[in-house]
Design a binder for this molecule. Sequence first.
Ligand SMILES: [Fe+2]
Ligand SMILES: [Fe+2]
Length: 370
Amino acid sequence: MGKKENLLISIDNIEVTKELESDYNLIITNRDNLIKSLEDHKNPSLIILSKESIKTLSNSHKKDLIEQNSVLAVVDNDKDVAIAIVLGAVEVIKSPINIVELQHRIRSLLQLRQIRKEFKRTNKKLESITKIGDRQQETLRTLNKELDSYKNSLEDRVEETTKEIKLLYKEIEDTQKELIFTMGAIGESRSQETGNHVKRVAEYTDLLAEGYGLNRSEIDILKQASPMHDIGKIGIPDSILNKPSRLTEEEFIVMKEHSQLGFDMLKHSNRILLKSAAIVAHQHHEKWDGTGYPQKLEGEDIHIYGRITALADVFDALGSDRVYKKAWSDEKIIQHFVEQKGLHFDPKLVDIFLKNLKNVFEIRDRFSSN
Ligand SMILES: [Fe+2]
Ligand SMILES: [Fe+2]
């Protein structure tokens, strides 16, 4: 059994109090001592007052206690019922008191009080939960702000680093291009040809490759690789390379080795540019009809880079003075290509070349050696 509830009683009915004694902890008082009893016994579960007691209380400085506590008034008639309610009683019962009814009312009021208490506790809990929620939200907002600023600074750093990497990559690419071009020029200078020869060859290969229908990245790679076609001449003796007269058959055999030498120099690289340069060095002396060197490849077995560079190189060589010959006239050169269409050169490329003569001559003038 739970703890007995405290009932503060101020009515003149001894029988009633006797009936309640066994179920409740009674604080019995009278009108004169009512205020003092209330001060001594804080928060009784229920206050049972006679009409006179409730009047006394409502006239005193403690009248707030009526509102704050559950007050059950015991009155004599209907008129007093109204008075008791006005004065703040939550429940009123009329004399003569029916003890069963009284006990029922007391239980109801105590239950109500209990429910109110529960309700208050729940409310308090809710309030504190809401407060915690507010605090967490504030923390979350702060965290979010920090996260945002961190994200921004990270993005800035990524952007900066990307820029740096791009610059670096461009630098490497430029260096590679320059290096390849310089290597090509070294090959040519060994045979006393000018650096402009490789520049012109590069431009012609660009023009022909575009006419042939290669895509821009393929064209760019060929344009950078084609100046390397004679890199293998580094390995050919000066006496043969710069002989001012026609080469003997034995000398020509040695001279022809520059294709294989160039390929051997470049073939180990995995770089697309150097791989392409290796193809160009290897195949620029192959002929469409299979009579070229070193592999005697035929038709489209010759890589398109080899076929294009062959035409560009021969065109430029015929139009330039060399140690062993004078430059040919334009008419003679054009005649040569018409005759060699399908023999030395890819017929399709000869057509593209002849159709673009204006552009070809424009390039020749722009990169003139004189
Ligand atoms: Fe060559
Ligand atoms: Fe050349």
